[in-house]
Design a protein around this ligand. Sequence first.
Ligand SMILES: [Zn+2]
Length: 128
Amino acid sequence: MSITRNELLGKKVYNPDATLVGEVSDIGFSVGASQPTVIIKGADGSTMELPWDSVSSAKDIVLLKENVDSSKFRRAAASAAAPQVQAQTQTMGPPTPGQKKFCTGCGKQLRWIEQYKRWYCDSEKRYV
Ligand SMILES: [Zn+2]
């Protein structure tokens, strides 16, 4: 059985009990490894890597030999994704009521300009 990388990408990956694990997002090769790994993207955007050995068959779908506990890697993905979202709202997001932000250049308090979704420094007359 031979199948190309392009044929695998985007294919749905199922456990032997017919529950959906996710879809193939890429095939990985590591130096020294005898077999490639299948990189699977879960429905929530989390990814997991399985050795090619765990694939039972791959045609219209990819069927695994053993059940994969997808809830296990779902939790890992949630905790990994959280800090990224937090950092984004701190720098870019609109202010929450009572939030104060100070200019990194002059230290004066910044003003949120809703129209441009940007922080504005009144003393330097510039967006930061
Ligand atoms: Zn300033």
